[in-house]
Design a protein around this ligand. Sequence first.
Ligand SMILES: Cc1cc2nc3c(=O)[nH]c(=O)nc-3n(C[C@H](O)[C@H](O)[C@H](O)COP(=O)(O)O)c2cc1C
Length: 213
Amino acid sequence: MTEPLRVVAVSGSLHNPSKTDVLIDEILRQLGEELNVQAHIIRITDVGPQFAGVLNRSQLPRSVEDELRRVETADLLVVASPVYRASFTGLFKHFFDFVDQYALVDTPVLLAATGGSERHSLIVEHQLRPLFGFFQALTLPVGVYAHESDFDGYRIDSPLLVERIKTSIRRGLPLITSSVQEKRRIRQALDEGEQVDTGVAPQEPQKPVRLYT
Ligand SMILES: Cc1cc2nc3c(=O)[nH]c(=O)nc-3n(C[C@H](O)[C@H](O)[C@H](O)COP(=O)(O)O)c2cc1C
């Protein structure tokens, strides 16, 4: 791939400094060792106050709309949230509730979470994976979970965690590269005026859709 991979990371943390942000930084660092990436990080600490009380996408400020568009057009998403009451943070979910239902179809997504306890590691499988399954995204097979003792303050202090991230990326690489090549093939064909059957019904991005009908 000559064009850099457009990676968008979303951190659901409500704190700064944040262990979730530290985890995202390490994931992006390792991705950069494997692929030519152009990364953009969306932090709920930054954008949360701008959309927390907004119920409809049309009422969002431009800055949040721009972030949503980045998510919807990313080549790869890295999503990470701290565990709050056994799930992702409410504002992390509220942010993804604005994302178009079909915008993430076949987008590879690396799932990650941080928690205070080891006991909530299945948040990745029981909360994050179903959410991105709903979007018909390509969730990478190996998710990443980090807990309190993987950190020394706000620094990763766990060779096992570093290894887990490596495994997540290595196992995800075939999915990432094939999805990006397919996306670029479709884009090029469209640019050249060809009719392309993507297998996905076209949607007007802003049009509200009724779910489960
Ligand atoms: C309101 C709240 C609820 C939490 N609930 C859980 C929980 O259910 N399970 C858990 O393991 N950790 C829980 N934690 C701990 C955080 O998940 C943990 O400290 C996380 O690493 C914080 O990430 P951050 O530094 O990015 O904000 C909770 C923390 C807060 C503030």
